[in-house]
Design a binder for this molecule. Sequence first.
Ligand code: SF4
Length: 282
Amino acid sequence: MTNLVPARVAYATGPRDERAAATEVAAARRTRDVPDLATFDVILVNSSGGKDSQAMLDVVAVAASAARVLHRVVVQHNDLRRVEWPGTRDLARRQAEHYGLRFEVRRRSGPDLLEDIRQRGKFPDAARRWCTSDHKRGPGRTLITALVHELRLDRPARVLQCFGFRAEESPGRAGRAELSYDQGASTQTTRHVWTWLPIHSWTVDEVWARIHATGVPYHPAYDLGMSRLSCSFCVLASKRDLLTACRARPDLAYEYAAVEAEIGHSFRKDLRMAQLIEEAGM
Ligand code: SF4
């Protein structure tokens, strides 16, 4: 395992030293290797319960076990309530338990995503993904705060947050670095947060091969034909996935259509939920 995060960088200069941070990032890009997990106080795995999270969790668990820091790994699931596929939270829990890992659920206080859409009078879109920032990233930050507080360190905690993002998912994700310093999640005095994308370069076939090799259960929505999980009706999903979701979750589809009609704003610029329902033959 290559040490990409030498202690000199981690503690003497601190990640706010731009040159040190750039050195770490450049090293990760060059080697496509595992960062030195032993230099992090908390390794936080963000699990949607979907296939990419599941494969990524296996990679992180194996690497953390090899580095003898499996006890520092915490799996977090952001509960999206009615808009996520039924059973997702419990599945994410079982996947974490398979590796003997601590499991934490966070959810946004206040309205769930669909009610939030109704109150705002508009759906999110690719350019305005407040759904992710408000309903996923925001609640996730509260867990980082709590975990760092538990440690009671007399120095800033080093936190490595792991995501199952893959380059082939979108141009936006392709442009992300495998290891980067998260300025927005970090503070000067309490925590220095890094983001690691362990399966960034993987293909979907590699993801499924890894899942099948582990024997850990995956969400049954994939066997219905879904290519992605998370929100059943994601504004960024393919039409094929949306039609599959309509047939699998007709009640929720009608709830989306009712909100769409009430606010007079289309689910997607090019696609109304009412049209999807009709095309799904419901
Ligand atoms: S899955 Fe789609 S709709 Fe749901 S939070 Fe993510 S981007 Fe937004």
